[in-house]
Design a protein around this ligand. Structure first.
Ligand SMILES: O=c1ccn([C@@H]2O[C@H](COP(=O)(O)O)[C@@H](O)[C@H]2O)c(=O)[nH]1
Length: 242
């Protein structure tokens, strides 16, 4: 399955403020990165953090996982579209009406001459196990089937891809096609702590399973030498053998 479509490593900037982000990025002088701004950073710094990262030449995934009634999501996406992000997301569990509204809001809000951000849908969080999904959330289906079903709903709604575990990437591609992106967090090297993640995959296996993007946070942000950790993971992800 290796090598289908685009491949990028996205670094999750899970930091409390811009000062910490600047401190972290100082290890990467001259590198143009693909970074992710999640709830912690966005809620503390506001939209300005996205403009700042774009000005530095980075690509930005704004990971706010919108999930609300269609009208609210549409309006929120109209606002997000103006930030110049490269990727935004919603929860597929909001349903097709909500996902279509998200897409429409983005299309309406994207300024002329600017590219519409990719819009992807979260299927089942990589911190969710099959047991929790069935026994706690009362979703009475196998996890992989649920992810596939949500991916198909996202595709029907016009979205560009999904967030899932790399464990499901191959099945999603088979069902939704090569052009449909699979953005896969829960990435860990074999010796790493899994922390709160359940469906974890190594960078190398994510490539073999056909992920389009891997999302890596603590294995890089918490490393003693972040640039070295980034390069090692990048090499494993791209299949470069030295
Ligand atoms: O299903 C999901 C959706 C989003 N995430 C986000 O990805 C990173 C992963 O960070 P690690 O430190 O590498 O675990 C984090 O920002 C999550 O909010 C996810 O993990 N799973």
């Amino acid at each position: 399955m290796e090598g289908a479509g685009s491949m990028s490593l996205i670094i999750a900037l899970d930091f409390p403020n811009r000062t910490e982000v600047e401190r972290f990025l100082s290890h990467f002088a001259g590198e143009k990165l693909y970074v992710k701004v999640g709830m912690e950073l966005f809620y503390s710094e506001g939209p300005g953090i996205v403009s700042y990262l774009k000005e530095q030449g980075h690509q930005v995934f704004v990971d706010l996982k919108l999930h609300d009634i269609p009208n609210t999501v549409k309006s929120a996406m109209r606002s997000l579209a103006r930030l110049g992000a490269d990727m935004v997301n919603v929860h597929a569990a909001g349903g097709t009406k909500m996902m279509r509204a998200a897409w429409e809001g983005l299309a309406e809000g994207t300024p002329a001459g600017q590219e519409r951000p990719l819009c992807i849908a979260v299927t089942q969080l990589t911190s969710t196990s099959e047991t929790v999904m069935q026994q706690e959330l009362w979703i009475d289906k196998p996890l992989q089937e649920t992810v596939l079903h949500y991916a198909q709903l996202a595709k029907e709604s016009g979205l560009d891809g999904v967030v899932c575990s790399a464990l499901e990437a191959e099945a999603v591609r088979n069902a939704c096609g090569n052009g449909f992106h699979t953005v896969t967090p829960g990435i860990r090297q074999a010796a790493d702590s899994t922390d709160d993640q359940i469906r974890v995959v190594t960078p190398e296996d994510a490539r073999k399973l056909g992920s389009s993007y891997i999302v890596v946070g603590r294995s890089i942000t918490g490393a003693e030498h972040p640039l070295q950790a980034y390069k090692t993971i990048q090499e494993q992800w791209e299949g470069i053998t030295l």
